[in-house]
Design a protein around this ligand. Structure first.
Ligand SMILES: [Fe+2]
Length: 282
């Protein structure tokens, strides 16, 4: 395509997200086109490109334009490259071939329990269930900006412990009583996005266990108020998947969750996780 042509960018919801049209991700993108995609990602927090049909190599080529990929525990035999994984409920010999196979998952930001959490994640829908299995996004900028001023002041100075045990049910919060080898990290409750410089709330129902320095009851009261606040419908975009969707979210300013789906249906996504970066405290 002509590199001077402006891409068509359409909002996906009043809250967040945008669909980008007119790009075939199988082709090598010019720097000018990629710049527009990157700008849309930073502006809308979640971007969607429909009707794509990418091989592992093509998805890898697009993903690495955003930055290096994360290695680590997601590596699987089925994926040829580090940083690529399959999210799937497909089973071979009774064992899921992918990570995070079934059902509902509570709101979280990927790898928030690491010192340097992933900056963003991308899913490419290969097989989708007839209904459900939506990925639901919450806008953490708007969540922070709409808190009462006294709550903003209070949480700006606070940190919280993030922990998650993948062997637990993904509808349960990571507690403080998980095994000692489960990864955990203390994070600021409000972070600054390194590109947009906007402040974002950085706690999640699935992974934030405790506010540092607060008694249990006070910590629980503050966290549940913040979880309920960020999960309000006005901050949410719920993505109903279509085969061929490529969707990318920014872990620095959105939370995501998954709705339940019929376990008899197949859901297969190819996932890319971008490498981590230090969290900037607000
Ligand atoms: Fe996730």
């Amino acid at each position: 395509m002509n590199t001077t042509t402006a891409l068509e960018v359409r909002r996906l919801s009043p809250a967040l997200g945008a669909e980008i049209r007119g790009v075939d991700l199988r082709e090598a993108l010019s720097d000018a086109v990629f710049e527009q995609i990157l700008k849309a990602w930073h502006a809308h927090q979640v971007i969607l490109l429909r009707d794509q049909d990418l091989s592992e190599d093509q998805q890898w080529a697009f993903g690495t334009r955003f930055g290096p990929l994360a290695g680590g525990h997601n590596r699987q035999l089925e994926a040829s490259r580090e940083g690529i994984a399959y999210v799937s409920n497909v089973r071979k010999d009774g064992k899921p071939i992918g990570i995070l196979p079934d059902g509902e998952m509570q709101f979280h930001s990927d790898q928030s329990y690491r010192e340097q959490p992933s900056q963003g994640s991308m899913l490419h829908a290969i097989t989708v269930p007839g209904a459900g299995g939506n990925t639901v996004f919450a806008d953490c900028y708007a969540a922070y900006e709409t808190l009462p001023a006294e709550v903003q002041r209070r949480i700006l100075g606070l940190q919280a412990l993030h922990v998650y045990d993948y062997s637990l049910n993904p509808t349960q919060r990571g507690g403080r009583d998980v095994a000692a080898d489960v990864p955990r990290h203390v994070q600021p409750m409000v972070r600054v996005h390194p590109v947009t410089r906007r402040k974002a709330l950085y706690v999640s129902r699935l992974m934030t266990a405790h506010v540092v320095g607060l008694p249990d009851a006070e910590s629980e009261a503050l966290l549940s108020m913040l979880f309920d606040h960020v999960e309000q419908p006005r901050f949410i975009y719920s993505h109903a998947w279509r085969k061929g969707d490529v969707l990318m979210w920014d872990n620095r300013c959105v939370l995501h969750a998954r709705t339940d789906f019929d376990p008899r249906e197949t859901r297969l996504m190819r996932r890319i996780t971008l490498k981590g970066e230090p969290v900037l405290a607000a």
